[in-house]
Design a protein around this ligand. Structure first.
Ligand SMILES: Cc1ncc(COP(=O)(O)O)c(C=O)c1O
Length: 416
């Protein structure tokens, strides 16, 4: 909303919309107060709620955190992150699929911090950042806040698989007018669709970027956003594609954005990391340098106890096993909720984006605002996004998911 009196500087986009996710979430909370929680479906929140609609947390993680020494809560961490944390984060990212090359990491406040520092340091002011046409809204905010633009390629082709052709066309179009290109790819368990690129699709993506980088004149940075990776299946399968990041040309840098927000259900602890993989030592060292400087120039240092928490868990096999077991329970719960929704969607002929895993399902809708308004009449709160409705299965108990697809179908048809 534009104010009549404004104090802000010229570069600030005053027309920026209120965060739609938090706005919808507030409406759902108000409805729950008015009509009772059991009458309201709040599918706006991107955090896992248990079957009693309480925020799901891992008891082992909380216990480990609370047992840390006082100084771990109070002290600063080094700007780049504690060295043992950086190693723990690298281990948590790649597991058994550490690519060949120089790998360096930097602590960031969640995956958001990794995204911000990558955009800032690897594209020029005014550049266009590329992502898929279904994307997490804050990608645009992160691009625009840092004086970049965001452009998209079609994520899916008509067979509802990764649209390599559209990706290739868009990369080539942008490289025709820019010296550097930052690409944001969120996989697996993509927000908002639940899609995940197969190993073969990753092979094609990496092969295509290598070809685009072949003459050495352009700088291409692929940010692989793995915020939801630990809910996409077994670590031995979900990380396999990362071995494809080996032996890349020095003008093709991969940065993986990692976060404990979802992996350890520690959303508010603001702990994450960026890890770079380069075949060139200078490029990897430069990454550490620019991330350290940008950390200092933005939020300074990260949350020390968050770093210590991940380090403690990653370095203790028994603890790690306990956390993995607790997470697996939640993953199965998500799977069940998604299965219920997708089966019902099929039976009422509700078109959905291709879901494989993750916190959200998305239903294409031309008039998504209108469809969400209709859903609200049934006390169902979902998030309208530019080409669809995002329904957070992560925050809706199984018994409330039953019957939603039919209501959604009516709202989508009614909204057109
Ligand atoms: C696609 C995606 N990437 C990154 C993030 C970053 O979250 P955080 O900064 O809490 O790690 C989120 C959080 O919702 C997300 O949905």
């Amino acid at each position: 909303m534009e104010n009549t009196v404004s104090m802000v500087a010229k570069h600030v986009n005053k027309l920026r919309a209120e965060d739609k996710i938090f706005a919808a979430s507030r409406e759902a909370s108000n409805a729950a107060l008015q009509f009772g929680k059991d009458k309201v479906v709040n599918a706006t929140v991107g955090s896992i709620m248990d079957e009693d609609e309480k925020l799901a947390v891992f008891p082992t993680v909380i216990k480990t955190l609370k047992n840390l020494p006082d100084t771990e809560f109070a002290a600063y961490a080094p700007i780049l992150g504690t060295p043992d944390y950086l190693e723990a984060a690298i281990q948590a990212i790649f597991m058994d699929y550490r690519p060949e090359g120089y790998i360096n990491a930097a602590a960031t406040p969640g995956g958001s911090g990794a995204l911000r520092q990558t955009i800032w340091n690897y594209s020029d002011i005014g550049d266009t950042i590329l992502t898929s046409d279904w994307f997490w809204g804050p990608y645009r905010t992160l691009a625009e806040e840092n004086l970049r633009k965001l452009s998209t390629f079609s994520f899916f082709d008509d067979k509802k698989i990764f649209n390599l052709h559209s990706f290739e066309m868009k990369v080539s179009e942008l490289l025709d007018r820019q010296d550097s290109l930052v690409i944001l790819l969120n996989s697996p368990a993509h927000n908002p669709t639940g899609y995940g690129l197969s190993y073969e699709e990753w092979e094609q993506v990496i092969g295509m970027i290598k070809r685009a980088a072949a003459d050495g004149s352009k700088h291409i940075t692929l940010l692989c956003d793995i915020a939801y990776i630990d809910y996409a299946g077994k670590a031995s399968e979900t990380r396999k594609f990362m071995s494809l990041f080996s032996g890349l040309p020095s003008n093709f840098l991969v940065i993986v954005a990692f976060s404990i927000s979802k992996s350890l259900t520690m959303y508010g602890l603001r702990t994450g990391a960026a890890a770079c993989i380069s075949s060139n030592k200078d490029v990897a060292e430069e990454f550490s340098g620019v991330f350290e400087a940008s950390n200092r120039g933005t939020w300074s240092n990260g949350t020390r106890c968050g770093m210590k928490l991940l380090t403690t868990i990653m370095n203790d096999k028994e603890l790690l096993h306990k956390v993995d077991t607790e997470r697996e329970e939640l993953r199965k719960l998500l799977e069940k909720r998604a299965e219920t929704f997708m089966e019902e969607a099929k039976s009422v002929k509700l078109d959905t984006c291709p879901y494989k895993a993750g916190f959200f399902v998305t239903i294409p809708a031309i008039q998504s605002e209108e469809s969400c308004k209709l859903l609200k009449k049934d006390n169902i709160f979902a998030v309208p996004i530019s080409r669809g409705v995002r329904f957070a299965i992560c925050s809706v108990p199984l018994y409330k998911i039953k019957g939603i697809a039919e209501k959604m179908k009516k709202a989508i048809d009614g909204g057109q």
